[in-house]
Design a binder for this molecule. Structure first.
Ligand SMILES: Cc1ncc(COP(=O)(O)O)c(C=O)c1O
Length: 393
C-alpha cells in the first residue's frame, strides 16, 4: 500500500529517540543522553496510598468521564501555589489541566499556527517543542540564548521584523542548556513583548528545581495578557502520571479548551484525583527541596570534572537548576563523532544539533545529570574525557 500521508508528516525532524532508547537499555553504557527525572524520588508508597483512598472513597466518580478543563481542586492547588511561591494571582478559571505539558506544545501550535506562519524560539531550544511545532509547518526563527537570557537586540529584531505568532522560551534552567534568564532579561523580554503583537509562550517545566530553592518570577507575570505559562508535575512528582497545566488569558484558554476537547476530551481523571489527594497530605516543598539538592550536587560534580579533567578549549554552561547542562566542544570535534565513539567506550551524550530549529549546534552536546549517582557520574565522565582526548585533532 502506498500510504498517502499528510504533507505535514514530512516536516517532522528526523528523530534521534529510537537510538537513544536503545542506548538507555544497554547496561554497559552510562548515559548522559537521556532526560528522565531520578526514579528514586518517585514516592510510590505515597501515590499508592492516595490511589487507594481515591478508589475507596470516590472510585466511581474518578473512573467516569469528566470535564475538559480539569479537576477543580487540582487547579485550585496550582492557583494557590502560584500565589504562595510567586505572589501571582492566577485564578483556577485561567488554568487548564493537560496530558503532560508536552500537550501544550501541540495545542498552542494548533490554535495559533497556519502553514508558513513564523514561530520564534531560543537557540538552542527544546527538541520536543521543535518536533511539536514542526507538524504545523511554520517558518522558524531563533534567537541566541546566553548565560543571562536571550540576546535582547536579536530578540527585539526578530519580534519586530518577523512578527512571530508566538515566541517559545524556557526562562528557568532551560532544556537543553540549563541557562536561566536574569531579572533584567525578564524585564527586557516583557518590554519587547508588551510593544508587539507576539505572544510569549513560557514553558516552566523546571521552575521548581532551582538548587538554591529560590523561585524566579515568571515573565508571564509581567505581561499577563500577552503570555501563556505552562507547568508540569512530571519533574517533581512522576512523569508517568502525565499531568501538566497551562495558564492563559480567557480568550486564549477558550480556544485551547476547544482544541483539547477535540484531541482527547480531558486528561486522565483518575490520575488527576490521585494527584490532588496526594498533594493534600504530602509536603511538596520538602519533596522538591530533596530533589533539587540532589540534582545540584550532581551538577556541581559534573562541572568540576569538566573544569579539572577535560582538555582546554572545552566550555560548559553553569546551571542554577534543572537537569541539563550544555558543553561546547573544542574546535574540530564533531558532536556526532563523539556520540558514536562514546557508545563504543560505554558512555552516551546527546549531540546538540536536534536542539537548533534553524540549524547549527554541531560542536555542542547536552549532558543530563538528574538520574545517576556520583559514582556513575565519575565513571561516565572519565570515559567521556578519554574519548574527547582521543578524538582531538
Ligand atoms: C522544557 C520541557 N517542556 C516540556 C516537557 C514535557 O514534559 P511533560 O509533558 O512530562 O510535562 C519537557 C520534558 O522533558 C521539557 O523538558
Amino acid at each position: 500500500m502506498d500510504y498517502r500521508f499528510a504533507r505535514r508528516m514530512t516536516c517532522a525532524p528526523p528523530s534521534f529517540l529510537d537510538r537513544l532508547f536503545a542506548v538507555s537499555k544497554d547496561p554497559r553504557i552510562i548515559s548522559f543522553a537521556g532526560g528522565l527525572p531520578a526514579t528514586r524520588f518517585i514516592d510510590v508508597e505515597g501515590i499508592r496510598e492516595a490511589a487507594a483512598r481515591v478508589l475507596a472513597e470516590d472510585g466511581r466518580d474518578a473512573l467516569q468521564y469528566s470535564t475538559t478543563d480539569g479537576y477543580l481542586p487540582l487547579r485550585e492547588y496550582i492557583s494557590r501555589r502560584y500565589r504562595q511561591r510567586l505572589g501571582l494571582a492566577i485564578p483556577p478559571e485561567q488554568i487548564q489541566i493537560v496530558n503532560g505539558s508536552q500537550q501544550c506544545l501541540d495545542l498552542v501550535a494548533k490554535i495559533f499556527l497556519d502553514r508558513g506562519d513564523t514561530v520564534a524560539m531560543e537557540r538552542p531550544g527544546y527538541l520536543g517543542a521543535i518536533e511539536a511545532f514542526s507538524l504545523y509547518e511554520p517558518v522558524f526563527r531563533d534567537v541566541a540564548l546566553g548565560p543571562f537570557g536571550p540576546d535582547i537586540d536579536e530578540f527585539s529584531r526578530v519580534i519586530r521584523d518577523a512578527r512571530p505568532k508566538f515566541f517559545y522560551g524556557i526562562p528557568n534552567s532551560q532544556n537543553p542548556s540549563g541557562q536561566t534568564y536574569s531579572p533584567e532579561a525578564r524585564r527586557a523580554v516583557a518590554e519587547v513583548i508588551g510593544d508587539s503583537d507576539t505572544l510569549f509562550y513560557e514553558d516552566d517545566a523546571f521552575g521548581e528545581l532551582f538548587f538554591d530553592g529560590k523561585p524566579r518570577p515568571p515573565v508571564a507575570g509581567l505581561v499577563p495578557d500577552k503570555a501563556v505559562l505552562s507547568g508540569s508535575f512530571s519533574k517533581i512528582i512522576a512523569p508517568g502520571m502525565r499531568i501538566g497545566w497551562i495558564c492563559a488569558p480567557p480568550t486564549v484558554l477558550g480556544r485551547f479548551n476547544c482544541a483539547k476537547q477535540a484531541a482527547d476530551l480531558h486528561s486522565n481523571f483518575l490520575c488527576q484525583k490521585i494527584l490532588a489527594a496526594y498533594l493534600e497530605t504530602h509536603d511538596l516543598d520538602a519533596h522538591v527541596r530533596r530533589i533539587a539538592r540532589a540534582y545540584g550536587e550532581n551538577c556541581r560534580l559534573m562541572c568540576e570534572i569538566l573544569d579539572d579533567d577535560f582538555p582546554p578549549g572545552l566550555s560548559h554552561t553553569e546551571p542554577e537548576g534543572g537537569m541539563f547542562l550544555m558543553v561546547s566542544l573544542p574546535p574540530g570535534l564533531d558532536s556526532h563523532r563523539l556520540f558514536e565513539e562514546g557508545l563504543r567506550k560505554g558512555v552516551a551524550v546527546l549531540p546538540g544539533t536536534p536542539f537548533y530549529a534553524c540549524g547549527g549546534g554541531e560542536s555542542t552536546v547536552r549532558l543530563n545529570f538528574s538520574c545517576m549517582d556520583a559514582e556513575q557520574i565519575r565513571e561516565g565522565m572519565e570515559r567521556l574525557s578519554g574519548v574527547v582526548r582521543a578524538l582531538l585533532p
